[in-house]
Design a protein around this ligand. Structure first.
Ligand SMILES: [Mn+2]
Length: 432
């Protein structure tokens, strides 16, 4: 017996607001269904986040309808649960998967927590947020008992588990019942195959690069679905890769090599089937971001779908090193390091005293300290010499460092969110 396991297809997601990226997600899904039909499994399991939104666009719905009907025409049943993206977190809300029940989709829900295929138990539960973890654990216990008498048991969930998503999980590994042969998980976007209980626990991962943070895992493990073979003796999970539509190019360029690197990149891109997404970091040297941005755009704009530049000139790199070198991120040490340029202990002392007092809301004390410092350093000076303009106040001569920027890490196009998540209509801030 063989089945295909997929998850996190996020149909309808328009990354960077680009229609091409929405199409990429559709195309990879279509390729996947074609490949599944060639593999000819007994059934398909989808572990949630079928759609990007709980109210998918007609385009997203249509893509799923067509692909679902292809599977149906080939006699391949589909079992599915709703993920956090499919569910509007409101009482009695229904996920879009419901629309396909009458076409034959086997939707695992609270009302229908399991199906039986031959003698195989396929049970599960839709996504539960952390607040409902007690109810989730109850569901899992009930499913574990219901599954008892079947020869093979599959549990379908869409949750974060501490072992795989340590900063944002609902379940600890120990919360899972032990008696299933295959744990068909969704939610984590990287590809994971693990041993658990007497069986296998697997996250097939997202089918496209939904967030650029998934790039590392994609380069190592690719994307696609799992083909699972299950018989009396073993469960075997095989990763089937689906080629993505376009490349994500990540490159660090030294500013001094900028011209050459850009030409190399151009030559490389011209051989690609589709325009890539380019994550470009320009570092080293002292340069004007605006100029470099313009140069990159001028040379590469027509050759790429999206360029995401980050600029790290020497100033910024030095600040980063400074932060790295300090064992702990002590703001006072940072202040002292940063103020070394003045070569004046009193200035460091002033900054730290002000930091201490202002952090504690002691405004009067801070004012006293400032005045004292001012008196000691400037009172005896001729006011015209120290750049104190009678009308304008401080002029530019006395500014300590007009170059200090606070947005050193900002991307040039940072007014655009990295992955705009329109699902903020929903009550939850969705991350997977
Ligand atoms: Mn997801």
């Amino acid at each position: 017996m063989k089945f295909a396991h997929l998850a996190d297809t996020h149909l309808g997601y328009r990354q960077y607001g680009l229609i091409e990226r929405e199409e990429d997600f559709y195309n990879v899904f279509k390729d996947m269904i074609d490949k599944i039909i060639i593999e000819s499994p007994d059934f398909v399991i989808h572990s949630g986040d079928l759609f990007e939104f709980s109210k998918p666009s007609p385009n997203a719905l249509l893509v799923f309808q067509e692909e679902f009907l292809k599977l149906k025409d080939n006699g391949i049943p589909v079992y599915a649960i709703a993920g956090n993206h499919d569910i509007l977190m409101r009482k009695n809300a229904i996920p879009p998967q419901v629309l396909f029940k009458k076409l034959g989709l086997n939707l695992i829900s609270r009302k229908n927590p399991y199906f039986i295929f031959d003698d195989i138990f396929i049970g599960g539960t839709p996504y539960h947020p952390k607040l409902q973890v007690d109810s989730l654990k109850k569901c899992l216990n009930i499913l574990s008992k219901e599954a008892e008498n079947y020869s093979k048991k599959i549990l379908v969930i869409h949750q974060g588990i501490d072992k795989y998503l340590p900063w944002e999980y609902e379940l600890e590994l120990a919360d899972l019942p032990q008696n299933f042969d295959y744990y068909a998980c969704g939610h984590v976007h990287t590809r994971i195959i693990d041993d658990f209980g007497g069986g296998k626990l697997a996250y097939p991962g997202s089918t496209e690069i939904w967030k650029s943070s998934e790039l590392g895992d994609y380069l190592k493990k690719k994307k696609g679905f799992f083909s699972v073979e299950m018989n009396d003796d073993f469960v075997k999970v095989e990763a089937i890769n689906i080629e993505l539509q376009r490349e994500f190019i990540t490159k660090n360029i030294q500013y001094s090599d900028l011209d050459n690197e850009i030409q190399d990149l151009k030559a490389y891109i011209s051989n690609l089937k589709n325009k890539p997404i380019i994550n470009l970091t320009v570092e080293g040297g002292n340069f004007d971001r605006g100029d470099v941005y313009e140069q990159i755009n001028k040379e590469l704009f027509g050759f790429s779908l999206k360029i995401r530049p980050v600029f790290k000139s020497d100033d910024i790199l030095n600040d980063e090193k400074l932060i790295e070198n300090l064992a702990t991120l002590d703001p006072k040490k940072l202040l002292a390091e940063k103020l070394k340029v003045f070569d004046n202990e009193d200035i460091v002392k002033l900054a730290i005293e002000l930091f201490n007092n202002l952090s504690n809301g002691k405004l009067e004390e801070s004012e006293k300290i400032s005045n004292k410092f001012f008196k000691e350093y400037f009172e005896d000076l001729d006011i015209s010499e120290m750049g104190f303009d009678s009308e304008m106040g401080f002029d530019s001569e006395i500014e300590f460092d007009s170059e200090i920027e606070f947005d050193t890490e900002m991307e040039f196009d940072d007014f655009e969110m990295e992955d705009p998540d329109l699902s903020s209509y929903d009550s939850e801030n969705k991350k997977h």
